[in-house]
Structures are given as structure tokens and as C-alpha cells.
Design a protein around this ligand. Structure first.
Ligand code: ATP
Ligand code: MG
Length: 409
């Protein structure tokens, strides 16, 4: 991609927002705000989201998840069955004939009646449909940039089982799949499996929390065990049940990037879903739900990885791997560009007629993993520098391609 043609270039005079992720992502040309909590994703931003979604899809598919896409318009009757129509969170609307709807903010009310059509015997279970879809929530305070949207992307998966034992088995597999997702997107070192409140059917739910001062949650972290306990369940009884000592825990602010929850039979009862066991006896399937916010994950990466020069993307989600910068030397740059593209490397080439300093400032702001500089000075050779820091050797073409390929691994 030639940056001179890019739709949504960096801004010089970006207003400062309350949240770092919003300010930086807007300044760097990844997103644009339409109103509080409502954003457009520009080409670079969408590439990050798509990369995150690809990892999520692969890991959900690997444990048997099957992708579907449910509607966002959900009629009042369904929410009334679960007593979730009168909450503050839904955005509501009505049709010309007066029929009322809420825009989907969670999809148990859609997926459960859907599943009902495909469940009659125990042989039909288990299954786990999921979607990556826009959710709508009337969030009271939408000041955390893309970490708290009023309209935002969520991956939500729902699992259906014959009994608690099978749910527990799948729930563990989902926990491991979530760990793999966060490790693969580059958050492995900062993620904490967190015990949180469970509800009627299970003592705990589990959150995936990233420690950060801008987080809206409070957790108690055990560094030794790499787990955390949400303030909402932080009692002496819980500590002794989990076998952690109060003295070993540190209070921290954190960002919830994922949440998994055992729903039990709350929704299968509400929608009268049953299956027949081997003796023909009827039971309600036992359910679990599993959420991740791709846009919150992206915002979290900015909060925890960006530095004073700008964004710093983990290579797994970076919109392009290489930022090619030429200082004059256009022909040489074209050769490097062609060479990298032929090697299957995704390159953003800043081909604009600007001063070197301006191009470097923008490259740091945009935050791609590797910068390759071509100038009269480097001649047949190029300078390679990692955004995250370190040396910047001047190397030959073959060596450069090798370094880039190695960086991609
Ligand atoms: P919070 O307590 O932060 O409001 P929640 O408990 O309402 O989160 P869930 O309903 O469990 O969140 O949603 C699943 C996932 O969706 C969350 O872990 C988070 O990653 C993401 N998410 C939730 N609300 C938002 C939002 N307003 N904007 C962006 N992502 C969100
Ligand atoms: Mg919420």
C-alpha cells in the first residue's frame, strides 16, 4: 500500500481526548469518532480488528465452535421472556406498526430459541455457535475510546450441553482457547485469568483482565499464580477456597477483555428448550456463554503498549509488517517494495514527498513492527529498525528480507 493514496492519513492537530487510545488511534488514522462511543474503523484500524478476529475464529473453531451471524433487531417478546426488556442498557426502537425491538446487546434471547429448533434428543448435543457482530449498549459513560463503545464488536459464543459435567468440560476447553487467543495477539504476558461473580448456577465466572491504570475494574493479583480475583468476590472465604494468601495479593486497576460464564438452565428454561435422554426423560440443556470484545482488545493494546512516540503493535495484529520510508531514492524504494511484496510481506510505503523527519514521526506514530529506510546514503543497502526499539543495522537486500521474515514468525 502506498501511503500517498491512503484514505485517512495521520493528523497533525489532533484534539486530546480523555483516553489515550482514542487520541492516538485518531491521530494515527486508524479510527474516527462519530459520537461518544461510536466509531468508524479506517483501513488501518480495520486491518487490526480483522487480524484479531482471525485469531479468535481459529481458536473458537478449534474447540468446535461454529460461526453464525444473528440479527441485531430483536423483538420485545423475546426480552420479556427473560425479564431483560426493562433494563437500562438496550437501545430500543419501534416499527411503523408499533412493534417494539431492542438492538441486540447480548444474544441469549436469539440463540436459545434458535437452538430449540435443533434439539430434541441427547444425541443433538453439545454444540457451540458463535458470532462476531456489532452490539449496541446504552453505556452511561463512554469515555474510554474504543474500549467502551455504545456500538462495538463482540465475539459471543453460546454452548449447549446435556449436563453440568459436559458444560464443565467445554468451559475448561474454552478457558484454554481464550488463553491461546490472548497469547497469540501478543497480550500473553499481561493477561490474568480472574475469578469474578458467578450468579445462580456457578460460584464464579471468569474474566480475562489486563492490568492497566486506566482500567475500570479493581482486581487483586497473585503474580506467583498468574491469577486475579475481582473485587466483587474478594472475601476471606473465597481466598481460602482458592488457596491464596491475602498478603501475596496486590490491588490493581484492570481492563476486562474477555468474560466466560456458566448460564445453567436459566435461558433454556425461559424458552422451554428440552431434550430427551436415553430413557426418553426430558431435561433442559445446560448452557455457557463466552464473550470477547475485539475493539476493546485493540484499545487495550494501545493503552498498554504505546509509548510517547505513538502506537506499537504486536506483530500478530499489526496492519502491515513493514513501514518502508524513502528519502528521495524512489527507484531504490520501488525495488525494495516489489521485493518484499514478492516475498509475501505486507508493506506500507510512505512514498510522499516529505522531509525525512516528518516521515519518521509518522512511522513511529503508526507503529508497524519494522521500519525499512532507503536513502541515497544507504545506496544499495537499507536500514532496518524495530518499532519496539533496539539497533538499526544497515544491511543488504537479501539480509533485509531474511530479517523481515524472521520478524514475522
Ligand atoms: P463491562 O463490565 O466492562 O461493562 P460486561 O461485563 O458488560 O463488561 P460482557 O457483557 O461480559 O461485558 O461482554 C463480553 C466482552 O465484550 C467483554 O469482556 C468486553 O471485552 C466486551 N465489551 C463489553 N462491553 C463493551 C463495550 N461497551 N465496548 C467494547 N467492548 C465491550
Ligand atoms: Mg457492561
Amino acid at each position: 500500500m502506498k501511503y500517498s493514496k491512503y484514505f485517512g492519513q495521520t493528523k497533525r492537530d489532533q484534539k486530546q481526548y480523555e483516553s489515550k487510545n482514542q487520541t492516538l488511534l485518531q491521530k494515527a488514522g486508524y479510527i474516527d469518532q462519530l459520537s461518544a462511543g461510536v466509531y468508524t474503523f479506517l483501513p488501518l484500524g480495520l486491518r487490526v480488528i480483522n487480524n484479531i478476529n482471525t485469531v479468535i475464529r481459529e481458536e473458537m473453531n478449534a474447540i468446535g465452535g461454529q460461526e453464525i451471524l444473528m440479527p441485531a433487531l430483536v423483538q420485545k417478546e423475546l426480552w420479556e421472556k427473560t425479564k431483560r426488556w426493562d433494563l437500562d442498557v438496550p437501545f430500543k426502537t419501534a416499527l411503523y406498526d408499533g412493534k417494539e425491538f431492542a438492538l441486540g446487546w447480548s444474544h441469549e434471547e436469539v440463540v436459545t430459541p434458535l437452538a430449540k429448533q435443533f434439539i430434541s434428543s441427547y444425541r443433538d448435543l453439545p454444540f457451540a455457535p458463535y458470532q462476531i457482530q456489532t452490539k449496541f449498549r446504552n453505556e452511561a459513560r463512554a469515555k474510554s475510546g474504543i474500549m467502551r463503545g455504545r456500538e462495538f464488536l463482540m465475539k459471543d459464543m453460546y454452548s449447549f450441553h446435556i449436563d453440568q459435567v459436559d458444560l464443565d468440560r467445554f468451559y475448561l476447553e474454552a478457558t484454554e482457547a481464550y488463553r491461546r487467543v490472548f497469547t497469540r495477539v501478543g497480550l500473553g504476558n499481561v493477561i490474568y485469568l480472574t475469578f469474578a461473580s458467578g450468579g445462580v448456577f456457578s460460584k464464579f465466572s471468569h474474566e480475562f483482565q489486563v492490568i492497566s491504570d486506566v482500567g475500570e475494574d479493581t482486581v487483586y493479583v497473585s503474580e506467583e499464580k498468574k491469577v486475579a480475583i475481582n473485587k466483587e468476590v474478594y472475601t476471606d472465604e473465597v481466598l481460602s477456597e482458592l488457596g491464596v494468601k491475602k498478603e501475596s495479593l496486590i490491588e490493581k486497576r484492570s481492563i476486562e477483555v474477555g468474560n466466560i460464564f456458566k448460564l445453567g438452565t436459566r435461558f433454556s428454561q425461559a424458552f422451554d428448550v428440552t431434550y430427551a435422554d436415553a430413557e426418553g426423560k426430558k431435561h433442559n440443556p445446560v448452557m455457557g456463554c463466552y464473550g470477547i470484545g475485539p475493539s476493546r482488545v485493540m484499545g487495550t493494546m494501545v493503552e498498554v503498549l504505546a509509548d510517547d512516540k505513538g502506537l506499537v503493535w504486536p506483530k500478530e495484529v499489526a496492519p502491515y509488517q513493514v513501514h518502508l520510508v524513502n528519502i528521495q531514492a524512489e527507484e531504490q524504494a520501488q525495488r525494495v517494495y516489489d521485493l518484499l511484496q514478492k516475498a509475501g510481506v505486507e508493506v506500507l510505503w510512505d512514498d510522499r514527498d516529505l522531509r525525512a523527519g516528518e516521515k519518521f514521526t509518522d512511522a513511529d506514530l503508526i507503529g508497524l513492527p519494522l521500519r525499512v529506510v532507503v536513502s541515497e546514503k544507504t545506496g544499495d543497502r537499507v536500514e532496518v529498525k524495530a518499532r519496539a526499539g533496539g539497533e538499526s543495522p544497515i544491511v543488504g537486500m537479501e539480509e533485509m528480507v531474511k530479517m523481515v521474515k524472521k520478524g514475522e514468525e
